[in-house]
Design a protein around this ligand. Structure first.
Ligand code: F0G
Length: 466
């Protein structure tokens, strides 16, 4: 097996397609400024095109690469030598058939699956991408790595730095909302945490400038190697379905790394003959951070063979600036107005016949409570996938007989404030306590019952409610 020699970077702009070596650290094409893909000569890499090969690796999981949910698919992302791979056993995630959510969404029983990425070591899907980017950083000898983050990327980067002791983490966060679960991870794992005045979009811009200036390795999803790791979420979904392709993948959209990488995964699997059809992709923005939805669904911006209408994009951003409109949602993870992977995401929507919808804070919190009542809890942004599936079902876009996979991107404990507030706050105080607008009810609240400290009273209450 030849790893690395078979891999190269390539500009995604079909009119450019400039190529670069994998040893180069780039976040954009030096010719035209477009995003980059990691590409492979599959024949040279000797990539097996039979799922049984990958399945067989689990039996040999004493090997650290086979144990990882990413690297047991190494031949599908063959850019790194095995000795450079940095893994902490990420990707041991779960595809759960969730009938209680099926009913909520309006699907036939047995048709709704939750891909629970909260099971990753740092509690979110980010570990998939971080292990890959970190591996690339290690392979080129980086000593410091940086990211801007709404919290999960930073938690993941801080974890890989701390566990491996290979690099120092520098993280940029905005002064707005970052949930305490996530911030606590970055602080505890020893990352240099730089909190700038501004929001995530501001931090994202700054971290690019600073990384360039100081030669720090950037691990945001603008880094093409990050997205290689995130492809494995789809490999594991297929694995969980016995290598059958579902009808829909539904995923929250923020910086649009996941959706971009899922699209790339399906393009490559189709090319390799590992799948014979492609699922449809549904990307769900928060209503308060809806750039993709607005541009794709309302203003007609599309991939258009790489000829994206930039004037519409620019007008939209100018409008945001003129109105000083900032992203705002309880789902702080996806509180992003200027997604860096916008172009790649359009390509994924094109390839996967995709749709984009928005979910309100109310819809996300209700969907989150419903998911949580089944015991696999998620954070508010993750629930956008379930809220979006419900909406698409109601609109008749998804049929009751469709097989639907919703990606739960982050663990419930990432944002306990939102959860506790939902279950305990009086209706008229929601917005104040949650720091949002527009949440008016907690349809699935599980309220604590106040009882005097008396045996009789406690027993009475348990008999009443239990
Ligand atoms: N869900 C969660 C829990 C996230 O943390 C993020 C992104 C997303 C969804 C959106 O994913 O960017 O691939 O569209 N969080 C980033 C961060 C921005 O900094 O942790 P995307």
């Amino acid at each position: 097996m030849i790893f690395r020699d078979a891999a190269f970077q390539q500009c995604i702009n079909p009119n450019c397609q400039q190529q670069f070596g994998v040893e180069q650290v780039l976040t954009a094409c030096t010719e035209c400024g477009s995003l980059l893909d990691v590409k492979y000569d599959w024949n040279a890499a000797g990539t097996p095109t039979d799922w049984s090969y990958y399945q067989g690796k689990w039996a040999r999981r004493a090997d650290r690469l086979n144990f990882s949910g990413i690297w047991r698919f190494h031949e599908l992302l063959p850019f790194a030598l095995p000795e450079h791979v940095v893994t902490v056993g990420e990707g041991q995630t779960l595809l759960q058939q969730a009938d209680f959510v099926s009913e909520f969404v309006g699907l036939d029983s047995g048709n709704l699956f939750l891909q629970y990425e909260g099971m990753n070591p740092s509690g979110s899907f980010k570990d998939n991408g971080m292990s890959a980017a970190f591996t690339h950083a290690h392979s080129i000898g980086a000593k410091r790595a940086a990211c801007a983050s709404t919290g999960n990327t930073s938690a993941s980067l801080a974890m890989y730095c701390a566990v491996s002791q290979l690099m120092k983490a520098v993280i940029f966060i905005g002064s707005g909302k970052i949930s305490y679960g996530k911030l606590s991870q970055a602080l505890e794992y020893g990352a240099l945490t730089v909190q700038i005045t501004g929001d995530f979009d501001d931090a994202m811009q700054r971290v690019q400038e600073v990384s360039k200036e100081l030669g720090i390795y950037l691990v945001n999803s603008i880094n093409p190697f990050r997205l290689e790791g995130q492809k494995s979420i789809m490999f594991r979904v297929l694995e969980g379905l016995g290598w059958e392709v579902p009808d829909w993948i539904v995923v929250p959209g923020g910086n649009l790394g996941n959706s971009s990488s899922f699209g790339k995964a399906f393009m490559e699997l189709k090319e390799l003959g590992l799948i014979d059809r492609v699922p449809r992709l549904a990307i769900i923005n928060a209503a308060g951070a809806d750039t993709l939805h607005e541009l794709y669904e309302n203003r007609g911006v599309s991939w258009n063979d790489g000829n994206i209408d930039r004037s519409v994009l620019q007008n939209y951003y100018d409008e945001l600036d003129a109105a000083n409109k900032k992203a705002s949602t309880i789902a702080s993870a996806i509180e992003i107005n200027r997604p860096v992977n916008f172009d790649k995401c359009l390509r994924a929507l094109d390839f996967c016949d995709g749709v984009v919808r928005t979910a309100t804070d109310q819809q996300m919190l209700d969907a989150k409570a419903k998911v949580g009542s089944g015991g696999i809890g998620c954070e508010p942004a993750s629930a956008a996938s379930v809220a979006g599936a419900k909406m698409l079902r109601e609109q008749g876009v998804i049929a009751p007989s469709d097989r639907v996979v919703c990606i739960l991107t982050g663990h419930q404990l990432k944002d306990p404030t939102a959860t506790v507030a939902y279950h305990t706050t009086d209706q008229d105080k929601f917005n104040e306590v949650l720091g949002v607008r527009g949440v008016s009810r907690a349809s699935y609240a599980n309220r604590a019952v106040a009882v005097p400290n008396s045996l009789d009273e406690i027993i009475r209450v348990i008999n009443l409610y239990g």
